[in-house]
Design a protein around this ligand. Sequence first.
Ligand code: PMV
Length: 361
Amino acid sequence: MENKWLSEAFKGEMPSGFQGKVGWQSPSNIALVKYWGKRGKQIPQNPSISFTLSECRSETFIEYEKAGKFGFQFFFEGKENPSFGAKIEKFLLDNQAFFPFINQLNLKVESHNTFPHSSGIASSASSMSAFVMGLIEIERSLSLSKGRPVDMDLQKASYFSRLASGSAARSVFPKLALWGQTEACQGSSDEYAVSLENDIHPVFKSFRDAILIVSGETKSVSSRAGHALMEGNPYASARYAQANENIKNLLSALQSGDLDTFINITESEALQLHALMMCSKPSYILMKPNTLNLINEIREFRHESKISLCFTLDAGPNVHLLYPESEAEKVEYFIKNVLVNYCDQGRWIADQVGEGPKKLQ
Ligand code: PMV
């Protein structure tokens, strides 16, 4: 794949006065089978599957102008943000063989998120995929300056989003995406994600995700450090085998609409992710007391109401409550009357499975 993108890289003459502005919005995603552990150049140790979200998005604009050399500035929510900008700049410089035209461009990037500050929701998947789509759009306008516009190449967008931030590879597809090679899914790859949209039962295409904010603090372990800790984790190989098994069974549950299997695998995956952190060296406990209180309430409510709802967790204390759209009224009543009591200042975000990235400008 690397050779394909290298040979397709725009190496022609940049027209004088080349300048403009592109904008893409891209959503966050929540993994059902988790990616935790990587090798080589952002290659996952096991395949993962996620729901693409709808309301939690990054909106990223890139202003570009032909200049004698590479220039880069990054603004987050209106203010210059050198630390996040450094990550994008590093990604660009590491990948300049694929995008050699950047060496003649001055880039000014402005990004903001639709989800609130200090909500503990990681924005690297949404912001990196939005940025990459803008970059590909600039390249496209160079290569096709005289030709017919073509649709965004989602495979390419996913490939480079992966290099920018692993799980961002999945954010470019609507509804559900799978990243990582598995025999259970034809066409799957470690280098880019694939869409599962056409292969899933309708119940999952409109699933809801209520994000219950237990704490808005930033996490005490970055995902980069977390992935690295898997290298010395004594349970690593058992984990990767489990994840592969879970992928196979989850794929078949997603196709048939088997909610019980979906719930069992999703909750087990969330707890495994945290168990792996708890037994790595050094160990991390990212759940808070209210994370456990929410999990207990959710399980009890499921037992009593027989509603097919379940939880998942990211690498942090917040709880994602997943449920079918048809149960929205009852579940939202439960959130507003019970679960908000465990949330930081009663905060939660009503999200759902979404349509993937969109061009803004
Ligand atoms: O994409 P990264 O490197 O931030 O890692 C994401 C890891 C998890 O969010 C915990 C799981 C996942 O598959 O999204």
